[in-house]
Write a protein that binds this ligand. Structure first.
Ligand code: ADP
Length: 167
């Protein structure tokens, strides 16, 4: 494996919107790898609240605000393994929360291994504060309750949620 590949990872996701849990994983990944590309995916199975451009902007603003070195943000369409190759990455980083994530993630690992066995998936567990935090919980609190769960999202995401739902 070329040396450059050993140092680059992608962190793919929908990030609709990015949460403090995503940021926790990203900052841990930045400690493990020289370069981490957060890949904001276009998922045909999910109708997102935020457009792909907005999700990329929110992540970029947060990465800049937190001065995370070696972290880039890009949009991607298509297979995760192809995006990893395009980034020169040999690793996919995923977050693992409660047990409910495990089965879904195992399926993805097995599929990605069949598609490209040169790319390995690395799991990072978040701080206990974020174990049950998800983008969908954040969306529901904002949409249904016009509330922000304290500490759940970075400032730029909170501003966009408030603007979107008018509170
Ligand atoms: P996807 O549709 O690919 O699951 P998400 O944006 O929901 O996209 O999640 C991207 C990655 O971040 C996944 O690996 C997911 O398990 C992880 N993740 C999401 N929320 C958290 C959290 N609160 N703590 C740790 N990892 C998380």
């Amino acid at each position: 494996m070329p040396e450059s590949n050993c140092r680059t990872a992608i962190y793919p996701g929908t990030f609709d919107p990015p949460t403090s849990g995503h940021l926790d994983i990203l900052s841990e990944a930045a400690l493990l790898f020289n370069r981490v590309v957060a890949g904001v995916g276009i998922n045909p199975g999910k109708l997102p609240l935020f457009a792909i451009e907005e999700r990329v902007e929110m992540l970029r603003e947060t990465v800049a605000a937190k001065s995370m070195g070696g972290v880039e943000v890009a949009a991607f369409e298509g297979l995760t393994v192809d995006f990893a190759r395009a980034c020169g990455a040999a690793f996919i980083v995923r977050g693992l929360r409660a047990v409910t994530d495990f089965e879904h993630e195992l399926g993805l690992v097995l599929a990605n291994e069949q598609l490209d066995d040169g790319i390995k998936t690395v799991f990072i567990m978040p701080s206990h504060r974020y174990l049950y935090l998800s983008s969908s919980i954040v969306r529901q609190a904002a949409e249904v309750g016009r509330r922000i769960i304290p500490g759940s999202v970075p400032a730029s995401v909170e501003a966009r949620l408030r603007a979107r739902f008018g509170f």
